[in-house]
Structure formats: C-alpha cells, structure tokens
Design a protein around this ligand. Structure first.
Ligand code: FAD
Length: 518
C-alpha cells in the first residue's frame, strides 16, 4: 500500500490535506509537506460553506479554540446586493425550507406574496443577518436545536456523504492564520514540514512521479504525491501534462483585486454573512472577520482594466482603503480533466476553481480530501478507485459551475453590456433545459444537477426568487388547497425570527466575550 505521501504546497489546500490524512490514518502513513518560502499563497479564500464544520469535527478541533486564533466569525448566509436592481438585496441562507402540506414554503410564497421579501417570509436566518445576530447564545446553545452537534469528544466522525442536516452556519476566517493553525496540528501529529522550493519533478519509466527535486533538501520520494501548488499545477498540469478544461465561455470573470481593511467592529458590528455586491463588470465580496474585513472585486478583464477595478473597489470601501496595498490576482477558471493521474492527486486550485461567488473553493478542497480517503489506493493501485474519484470531483465542480451560471443568467439586471451579455452567453446544455422546467415548478431534487455538488434544491429556489430575472409560477394545485397551514407557517417564521432577534447576542458581543475568555 502507498505508505508515504508527499504534499507539495502549504496553502489552505496543503495544510487541510496534511491534517486530514493524519486525522484519518494517523501513523499508518508518513506525510511530508514541502512549501516554498519564495512562492506565496494566494492570500484570499476566507469565506466557507456550511459543510466545512464536518472538516473541523473530523479533526477534533473545538471552534471555541480555533476560531479566536484565526479571527473567525460565523457566516449564516450570503447577502446578494444589487443583483436584481441597484438597492435590492436578498439572502441565500444555510437553512432548508419548510414543507407546508407537501409543497415548499417558497411555492406558497409565490402564490401568496406575503411581503416582497421571500427570504424573510420563508427563512429565519434573513432576520438574524439583518439584525447582525450570532447563531449561538453566550452559553453556546445554537439557535436551532434540530442539529445533532458532533463535538471533538465524538468517536464517530462525520463526512459530507453522511450530511443529513443542513448545518445553519459556516465560518469566515483569516486564511493565513488558519494555515498556521493547521500546520501546528499536522506537525504535532508527525507531518514532516520542509520549507524549500521544488525545482523539478522526476518521472519513472512508466511516467509515474518518482521524486520531486528540492533546492536544499535534495530528492523527496514518496508513493503518492498531492499537488497543492495552486493555479500553477506544478505536478499534475506541468509535469504530468494533464489538460485543464476552462469554464471561461460560461463564467467570464477571470481576475480579482483584493484588500484587507481594518475595521472598528465594536462600532460597526459584524454581519453574520458574506456580502456579494453586483458591480458593472462583476461583483465585490465583503467578508467580515473579527477585526478586519476581507474584500475584493471579481471581474471580467474583457470589460474593465485592473486599474479600473481597483479604483472601483477603493471607492466602494471608502477612505479606510486609502493606504492599503491591493493584491491583483489572475484566476484560472475550470478544472483539470482528471484530478488524479497515475500517482498524483491535485487538491485545491490545482484541481479546479470557479469564481468564489458561493465560497466553494475550500468546499472543493474538503470534498477532494474526503474522496481521497474513501478511494485511497491499495497495493495494486486499482484504476477503478481512481476513476470513481475523478468522476466524483468532476461532477462536483461541474455542478457548482451550473449553479453559478444561473446567478448571472437569472439576475434581472441588464443595465450595461456586462449584464446584458450575461443573458446571451452560452449556458451548459442541461441548465438551459432545467431553467425551462423551473418556470413552471420551483427546483426540486429531480430537476437540479443530479450529482453531489453541495447545493440542494432550496438554494436554487432562493437564487431564482432573489435574482428576479426568470419568470416563476406557483404550482397550480395550490389554488385548490386550503392556505390555512401556509398562513400559520408564515406567522410561525415571523414570530420565531422576532424572538431570536430579541434574545440572541449580536455577533460582535458573542465574539468579544469569547476572545476575552480565550
Ligand atoms: P495557494 O494558496 O496558491 O498555495 C500554493 C502553495 O504552493 C504555496 O504554499 C506555495 O508556496 C506552494 N508552491 C508553489 N510552487 C511551489 C514550488 N515550486 N515549490 C514548493 N512549493 C510551491 N475559497 C473559498 O472557499 N472561499 C472564498 O471566499 C474564496 N475566495 C477566493 C477569492 C479569489 C479571488 C480566489 C482566487 C480564490 C478564492 N477561494 C475561495 C479559493 C481559495 O483561495 C483556495 O481554494 C485556497 O486558498 C487554496 O489554495 P491552494 O492551497 O490550492 O493554493
């Protein structure tokens, strides 16, 4: 069996992989991680997806410890601003929708139009985000008690495939602090950490990786190599020449410019959500951490120059951005044809990436590592395991691509060329059919992308209802049913939301207290 794993790259992907492999296999495998001191990490990637909680649980890490160390905050939703028209906003929450007499509450909302805020009428989390609330009380109780909280003391560790609840939050964190934290975890569990440059990748006569050559530590040999070198794809794409399949025809945003902005959180409060604000050639993310915000403009270079994008980002942030250095990033959008080739598996940006609109970069990493553990090769390197792995990774990314294309195609905005082109650009074939179907019936399990990609039908429904560019109709059957239960449920959502806003601490209060205690 492959007993020795060499990971090249010490960004979020490299350290998540090293920690997870050690949590899974302990000393039954040897892990070496080599990272360059000259080549930096991407320096962004700070908003996550609600499934990330399984990752921390699997490692046995308690959020009361790691969160203060990484300036982390809670994220309950993504707030979409100006996607329908300027001045409009809605939330895509981490909250499944209720069913009312066999129909989703959003279907009833379409029929009844209670207020003009489907998110507040149908989901609790919208009110918590508007009021900047923490999802936990000071004593640690979660606002929704339906969840089996797995903690570090649990023997059984859950993974994505066992996810039977929609956990109500994800995290925002400082990516470099998290990488440090995870490196401490991994090194304490025996990971050998080498700081050096990989200069060359040497293949044997079969074309498998034999070793990587470093500047100061000579040859590093292993059975399995994990390529975590970011957009470079040093092992998979360069040495093994695995082609990269671009998604650029359907998702044209290819650049970003980012800033780290110190903020007085006591005065401003901390919104428990990521904000995605639509702009003239893309959108700006705002990720509130404890003590600063991470922000950046994701844009299509076909429409504006890097200088224009930076100017717009600075104007958006205001005077707080004045003396800050901007980080300009080129993005490689798409995926490697296969992420596992011979004895090399790519995890992270080297495997693939879509723009960070739904914060799925770290989710892809988590999914990739979990699948690697599930399909870990034996002595015979059975190709069936590799093929199953590759299918699962490709399906996951292709599914997210479809979901993101819907964001642009479904947005009502058509006020400039960028937003008009978004309505005529090609869409993946199946999505065009699905969008037709959704005009007569809101998305359900039978009409969304059929393979695991992290998003459930309720997410599609939220986006369609919020973006406003696709005409939607409620199910005709609702007109023949009594609406008494629906009225009751809308009232329950309102009452529960009011009660939670009244009793939960603000996110800033919650973390200020946690930081004092830690
Ligand atoms: P990198 O961070 O680029 O790390 C590469 C590593 O490889 C470094 O340690 C480097 O030293 C090493 N390396 C490279 N060459 C060599 C060499 N020759 N020798 C030795 N070492 C080498 N994801 C989310 O989940 N949420 C978000 O909000 C989000 N926002 C994003 C915004 C933007 C603009 C971009 C581009 C990405 C975003 N992502 C987001 C994705 C996220 O940043 C990445 O998935 C994550 O940081 C993982 O990056 P990585 O570790 O694969 O690569």
């Amino acid at each position: 069996m492959p007993r020795s794993v060499v990971i090249v790259g010490g960004g979020t992907a490299g350290w998540m992989t090293a920690s997870y492999l050690k949590a899974a296999f302990a000393d039954r495998i040897e892990v070496t991680l080599v990272e360059s001191a000259r080549v930096g990490t991407i320096g962004v990637g700070e908003a996550t997806f609600s499934t990330v909680r399984h990752f921390f649980d699997y490692l046995g890490l308690d959020e009361r410890e790691w969160m203060p160390a990484c300036q982390a905050t809670y994220k309950l939703a993504i707030r979409f601003e100006d996607w329908r028209h300027k001045g409009h906003h809605f939330y895509h929450p981490f909250e499944r929708q209720r069913m009312v007499d066999g129909f989703p509450i959003t279907d009833w909302w379409l029929q009844q139009g209670v207020t003009d805020r489907f998110d507040r009428d149908c989901f609790l989390i919208a009110a918590l985000c508007d009021a900047k609330r923490s999802p936990r009380h000071h004593d640690g109780r979660l606002f929704e008690q339906d969840f089996v909280e797995s903690g570090p003391e649990r023997v059984h560790r859950t993974t994505l495939s066992e996810q039977d609840t929609q956990f109500p939050y994800a995290y925002h964190f400082d990516a470099s602090l998290l990488a440090d934290y995870l490196s401490g975890y991994a090194v304490r569990r025996g990971v050998r950490h080498v700081v050096d440059d990989v200069l060359d990748v040497s293949l044997d006569e079969r074309g498998w990786i034999d070793h990587v050559l470093t500047r100061e530590h000579g040859e590093l040999r292993g059975d399995l190599f994990v390529d975590c070198t970011g957009f470079r794809g040093l092992l998979l794409n360069k040495a093994l020449e695995e082609p990269f399949q671009s998604y650029q025809d359907t998702l044209p945003n290819d650049r970003a410019v980012a800033l780290r902005v110190p903020v007085d959180m006591a005065a401003k409060g901390i919104r428990p959500c990521t904000t995605a604000s639509a702009r003239d050639a893309g959108w700006i993310w705002t990720i509130p951490l404890f003590g600063r915000i991470g922000t950046g403009y994701v844009y299509a270079s076909e429409y504006i120059t890097p200088e224009e994008a930076e100017r717009d980002l600075r104007a958006f942030v205001g005077p707080a951005a004045d003396d800050l250095e901007a980080n300009h990033i080129r993005m490689r959008i798409g995926r490697s044809r296969d992420s596992w080739v011979r004895n090399c598996v790519a995890v992270g940006l080297s495997s693939g990436f879509v723009e960070p609109l739904e914060s799925t970069g770290i989710f892809f990493i988590q999914h990739g590592i979990e699948q690697l553990v599930k399909h870990f090769p034996g002595d015979d390197w059975n190709p069936a395991l590799r093929d199953a792995y590759n299918r699962s990774i490709a399906n996951c990314m292709d599914g997210v691509r479809e979901f993101l294309v819907l964001h642009y195609r479904g947005a009502a905005r058509t006020d400039n060329q960028y937003w008009r082109d978004a309505k005529t650009r090609p869409v993946p074939d199946a999505l065009a059919e699905r969008m037709e179907a959704w005009q007569t019936r809101l998305p359900d399990t039978e009409t969304v992308f059929p393979y695991y990609h992290g998003f459930e039908p309720y997410s599609y429904a939220c986006m369609l209802l919020g973006l406003g560019g696709v005409p939607l109709r409620s199910s005709p059957a609702l007109a023949l049913l009594s609406d008494a239960s629906a009225h009751k449920d809308f009232q329950i959502v309102r009452d529960q939301a009011d009660e939670l806003v009244r009793t939960l601490p603000s996110q800033h209060e919650y973390f200020a207290r946690l930081h004092q205690a830690s």
